[in-house]
Design a protein around this ligand. Structure first.
Ligand SMILES: N[C@@H](CCC(=O)N[C@@H](CS)C(=O)NCC(=O)O)C(=O)O
Length: 343
């Protein structure tokens, strides 16, 4: 079999965004090779546009693997354009917007939970540091891994302010992780995925972070086992959904959203949206600190330029909806706090 033209996914298994994209390619049934970042095979491929993992190398118009793309959100959109079958973004534009919102919450808020637990709780830091150096090179000598682990942990801990984890915000982040699990637990009892009987990009964004939060890192995993033991099974399942057959009618009807999904939007509107808005305002004003209230507590962190872009993307996606679709979205999000994105 000639696999020369397979897509190349370059990443590491220990990266939540790599897991999101790998699960996406599997669900999409797209032929791909997984290439470990930093390996000789990766060095032979076109370089990544951003200093991030994962990245995806796709064929250009001549069928040559010459184009590398970074950032999973635009990558998933482009894959939906390039390959028509089994899209991850709903075709109904209003539902597509809701899926983008869940995707942003997974990528940008659950990542706060992930980063916070991993780099502020000593047990989680120790556990992650012990294996992460080997994620790129399993044969690394132990002495070298020890040094690498320390350097990496110090770097991540020094960046913890970037995600907004500090003494004041820790209880807000931890309470939000528990609430997410409570909502998830109820929702998944009646619907296999957030938007019905097939996964959307939002499911896979949450899944990516949950590989670490539910499976790998002891403190958030312990909470998950108490609140939602099915979260572990769901996370494992999402790793490879290539065998799931789907049809268009598997998406939920927007006019019949279950209450448990509204609860998820209320959670997104409770924590993530206020942050997105305060962060974008701080950047616009050239302020060096984001200062706002989230869930009744003072939130202080360094501005996060990328997340201002996320808000811009969401607003652009809302702006291009027809008046009718805008009204359908607004109706679903009414009273959740998410309306602040477009009001
Ligand atoms: N928005 C990006 C985020 C990717 C990202 O943050 N990747 C992390 C690893 S999980 C990374 O490469 N960080 C750079 C570093 O650690 O130096 C995406 O969706 O691809």
């Amino acid at each position: 079999m000639n696999t020369e033209h397979d897509l190349r996914l370059v990443g590491v298994g220990a990266s939540p965004y790599t897991r999101k994209l790998r699960a996406a390619l599997r669900f999409r049934r797209l032929p791909f090779r997984f290439v470990v970042a930093g390996s000789n095979e990766a060095a032979a491929l076109p370089d990544r546009p951003l200093p991030l993992v994962p990245y995806l190398v796709v064929p250009d118009e001549n069928g040559q693997l010459s184009r590398a793309m970074s950032d999973t959100t635009p990558i998933l959109s482009e894959l939906d354009t390039l390959y028509r079958d089994r899209p991850l973004r709903p075709r109904d534009p209003a539902l597509r917007f809701l899926d983008l919102l869940i995707e942003d919450y997974g990528d940008e808020w659950l990542s706060k939970c992930m980063f916070h637990y991993r780099w502020s709780r000593s047990l989680d830091t120790e556990r992650a540091s012990a294996y992460l150096p080997y994620a790129r090179l399993t044969q690394m000598p132990r002495s070298q891994a020890k040094v690498a682990a320390q350097v990496f942990a110090e770097r991540q801990i020094s960046r913890i302010g970037v995600v907004g984890s500090n003494d004041t915000t820790a209880p807000v982040i931890e309470a939000s992780w528990r609430r997410f699990l409570e909502i998830f637990e109820k929702h998944i009892q009646t619907s296999p995925y957030f938007l019905g009987n097939r996964p959307g990009a939002g499911d896979l964004a949450c899944y990516g972070q949950m590989t670490m939060l539910v499976i790998t890192d002891p403190t958030p995993a312990e909470v998950a086992f108490k609140v939602s033991p099915r979260a572990y099974a769901w996370t494992e399942k999402c790793e490879d959904l290539s065998g799931l057959d789907v049809v268009e009618s598997d998406w939920v009807e927007l006019d019949e959203l279950p209450e448990t999904l509204s609860a998820l939007f209320s959670e997104i509107g409770r924590v993530h949206v206020p942050f997105l808005i305060a962060n974008a305002a701080a950047i616009e004003q050239g302020s060096s600190t984001v200062l706002c209230e989230i869930d009744g507590q003072l939130w202080r962190q360094d501005p996060f330029v990328y997340q201002a872009k996320c808000l811009r993307w969401l607003r652009q996606e809302f702006d291009i909806l027809t008046a009718n679709d805008k009204a359908r979205v607004a109706k679903c999000l009414q009273g959740t706090g998410c309306e602040a994105i477009f009001e």
